[in-house]
Design a protein around this ligand. Structure first.
Ligand code: UD1
Length: 415
């Protein structure tokens, strides 16, 4: 298993190019199952999670080629099962459920288990699929769903769920009649998916708001489309500029997707200005401690909570970080404590007292965004930090050590 060895203390300066969004690429690649023929997708990031979804799609019988541009020939689907081995390594594998039931009338998809950040059930995906008329059974750890033809329905999500909204949007595009998704998630990745589905001939309005309306069509055609930039990767580099007392040009990002973060970072004293092709992000005189509450989009992204906590751990005062999206997303805290941070957890809040310096230590990545926060902490820590289990970070950040090295960081990958 690979490790990162990082010598902290270098201000990061220069340009970084943001890759395509993992969380947009995963549903978009799954959507190819809906249209017989070859769809082409550009700006696909080179990530372990993308390899996993490709493996899963191949296992369903479709042909796939390419890396940054991926071509998927879904003329024939020969299998309707997403096996446990693939779903357990990536929960988003459940995204094939909606397209498979819509196109094949049948799907057998392993139930994702719990994960490091909480129980993360898929009950809302299943309930909505039943609302569309599918017969769903849970057998031997698998979701088994069948429907000769899905029927449009008025669906209400108890919680705005990102992959749930995507899964059901993909199911409803081929249903008979009109589907209304109420209390939908509004993330930009959902808008990207809706644009792709519209390119295939689907009739969708309201994506990006909490009410999405879908008029079912009888068939879809292949599409050529691009993936939006990764707002979480962009946000991680923006926070790195503030933490390391640097100045980074974040190129290829979409500032409109980053409004909550930009506002918060300005409150910490950072300067963020638009430049051609992106944003110039510079540290402030000092780091003002601020409070943060994670919320569904357009609120502050839970996927940036751990990185923000690393930042606040060297703030000038007291910060309260309230996690409302996942129940157990503080796995990074115990590792940050080992680096000298002063953090107390109370329920779903973390109280962070800024310290004057963090110190290098041996640490272990526990999940994708937690590992990004350790990396940020290591970049400012005095001395050497070792981060083990970096496969977590490889799931969601393309060439992260190369991008940080190009900005002046001292980071090595040990195989
Ligand atoms: C997606 C993102 C993930 C991000 C999360 C929240 C992808 C591939 N992953 O995950 O990076 O952290 O959104 O922004 O896009 N819930 C239920 N029942 C369900 C579904 C969800 O109770 O059937 C709960 C979850 O446990 C969680 C909340 O709803 O507390 C939101 O989760 P959800 O939006 O579904 O997250 P994911 O789609 O899994």
């Amino acid at each position: 298993m690979d490790k990162f060895i990082i010598q902290g203390g270098k201000p990061l300066c220069g340009d970084v190019h943001i890759s395509g969004a993992k969380n947009a690429a995963l549903p978009v690649l799954a959507s190819a199952l809906l249209a017989p023929g070859t769809s082409t997708f550009h700006n696909i990031p080179d990530l372990v999670d993308i390899k996993t979804i490709k493996k899963l799609l191949k296992n369903l019988g479709v042909e796939i080629e390419g890396d940054e541009t991926v071509r998927i020939n879904a003329e024939k689907i020969t299998n309707s099962e997403a096996p446990y081995d693939l779903v357990k390594t990536m929960r988003a594998s459940v995204l094939v459920l909606g397209p498979l039931v819509a196109r094949q009338g049948v799907a057998r998809v392993s139930l994702p288990g719990g994960c490091a950040i909480g129980a993360r059930p898929v009950n809302l995906h299943i309930k909505a699929l039943q609302d569309l008329g599918a017969h769903v059974e849970l057998n031997n750890g698998y979701i088994e769903a069948r429907a000769k033809k899905l029927k449009g329905a008025d669906i209400y999500f108890d919680i705005p769920t990102v992959t749930g909204t995507e899964n059901i949007m993909m199911a409803a595009v081929l249903a008979e009649g009109t589907t209304v998704l109420n209390n939908s998630a509004c993330e930009p990745e959902i808008v990207n998916l809706a644009d792709v589905l519209r390119g295939m001939g689907a009739k969708i309005s309201g994506a990006g708001t909490d009410v999405i309306i879908i008029e079912g069509v009888t068939s879809l055609v292949p599409v050529e489309a691009s993936i939006i930039p990764d707002r979480i990767e962009a946000g991680t580099f923006m926070i790195a500029a503030g933490m390391t007392r640097g100045e980074i040009n974040i190129l290829g990002c979409n500032a409109l997707h980053l409004e909550a973060l930009i506002n918060k970072l300005r409150d910490t004293g950072m300067k963020i200005v638009p430049i051609a092709g992106g944003l110039k992000v510079s540290c402030g005189e000092k780091i003002n401690s601020i409070d943060v509450k994670t919320l569904p989009y357009p609120g502050f992204a839970t996927d940036l909570q751990a990185q923000m906590m690393a930042y606040m751990s060297i703030g000038s005062g007291l910060s309260v970080i309230n996690e409302t999206v996942f129940e157990n997303r503080f796995m990074h805290v115990s590792e940050l404590l080992r680096m000298g941070a002063d953090i107390v957890i109370q329920g779903n809040s973390a109280i962070v007292r800024g310290v004057s310096a963090l110190h290098g230590a041996q640490t272990m990545a526990t999940d994708l965004r937690a590992s990004a926060s350790l990396l940020l902490a290591a970049l400012v820590a005095k001395g050497t930090t070792e981060i083990s289990r970096v496969y977590h970070i490889d799931r969601g950040y393309q060439g992260i050590e190369k991008k940080f090295s190009a900005l002046g960081a001292d980071i090595k990958r040990i195989k």
